[in-house]
Design a protein around this ligand. Sequence first.
Ligand code: AGP
Length: 609
Amino acid sequence: MCGIVGYIGSKNSVPVLIEGLQKLEYRGYDSAGIAVYNNGSISVRKYKGRLAVLEEKLQQDTLDGCLGIGHTRWATHGEPSDVNSHPHTNCSGDIAVVHNGIIENYMQIKAFLIEKGYVFVSETDTEVLAHYVDFFYEGDLIKAVRKVLQKVRGSYAFAVISKQEPDKIVCVRKENPLIVGIGEGENYIASDIPAILAHTRKIYLLNENELTILTKDSITFLDEEDREIKKDIFEVNWDVAAAEKGGYEHFMIKEIHEQPKAVKDTMTSRIVPDSPTIKLDDIKLTKEDLEGINKIFIVACGTAYHAGMVGKYVIEKLAKIPVEVDIASEFRYRTPIVDNKTLTIIVSQSGETLDTFAALKEAKKHGSRILSVVNVVGSSIARESHDVLYTWAGPEIAVASTKAYTTQIIALYEIALHMAHLKGTLSDEQIAEIKNEMMKLPEMVKAALEHKDTIQKFATRNSNAADMFFLGRGLDYAVALEGSLKMKEISYIHAEAYAAGELKHGTIALIEPGTVVIAILTQDELFEKMVSNVKEVKARGAFVFAIAKEGNKEIETVADYTLFIPHVSDILAPIVSVIPLQLMAYYMAVEKGCDVDKPRNLAKSVTVE
Ligand code: AGP
């Protein structure tokens, strides 16, 4: 998604902006640009393509100035091009704006401004912001921005600078992330913490609609009535390395290997051995609250949705509450039956996915209690929820989500166990038994990671596959969905996940000699049925790579290759069985020379519809 960086201080802003944009590249983008104020004018340099294009141009055409804003764009309105790149300026070039999000009523505003004689050069919605600030500017940039905010509709994080007032950056956020970094005699803005971590660990998290004014020596926050707001400083405890690759070739493989720790961290202080209770941080979900809940929705996108599929099985099995899992972009438009007896669990790594955020607001509007499972502290979804259960996966930089997925499932296990305890659907002994096994998951994940050489060989042999099928039943089907998404999004191989029992109702027609099938057989109660399904595809010539629990030897006589994971109870198996699938997708992508951390067409956080 788009990335924003801004600097005001006494240093040349250009190196700060470029370095900050580099740290935001993972968000996915197709162009980059900066606007710098110096000596009475604002200079803009912006180009389609990677950040390297901008850097190269700046080597021949250097800029210097102590006030600047920068942007990496992921196109929404207007194709990727130099002219559609940000920053955008007003006609005279006195005002420059960078923006992340969508101005929904930009066409009306554009028509109005054209009527007033404004000349537009781009196809973007963002350009209207630059001209609109100009239209309202009467010597006070803050007032002009305030007037624009009263007129525009949509989602935005935007920052504006003006040559008339070169002592400030004015910025605001609505449904899109923006943070402020606190320096000594200098201050920063950014879409995400890694962009400014090299300069400061002290940040302010902006809330919705807080108008923020940065000078080099001050930071002021105004609410919608222009009243000054006092905010707490958030101390970032990530070290820079945490946001770097730490010796791995890609962020993705680093994050795959961080899962034992991420899983452990997400259990720490919540899962204490030999005790039936779960401490869900400061979540106040009481027995009485639960008695008032007759339906749970789990709503998310992509990988988070797949984690929600696991959550459904687990909550229904342990807490006996009906759960419906919904893709956020469907949920928000299908008038779901939601009321004050509904609990909506929102799952999101970034906490900024616009469809998911919108689904949250739709559910909240109809009286639902909102419990979100989020990886980014202080993200939009977290702030708008009644309760938040954070996953402690640490920053997930690779576009393909891995440790966020496994920690989301841990969080959903914690919620299910908490509910089962409150409702008495599990005895204290049963809960303690599950929790004691959960404490062993980090070691099991570590053991599953040991198979990387075998998987790398499989990837080398099969990287030219045109199609792949991922089969499973029950929780294995939920994991198959995630395995197929991983494969698609980073290796660009067409992959489909199928409920194994459903294959015979049509899709088995696609199985032919050599078709690669990944079969997941970790559910003891469904093992024999899965063996039969593997025989079905083998009979049609498929090449079958099976994932099964140690001890289930029978599958070895049927599949072409069987990878055994440590023995784990059915309900906890997804945390372990997904590891080989993540590694498989990773090594396939590497074998094919794909851009593993920044796959084509994708963004880390999709903050557009
Ligand atoms: C997963 O690998 C993808 N990057 C994508 O499906 C992602 O899970 C989805 O966009 C949801 O993102 P979120 O968890 O940040 O809301």
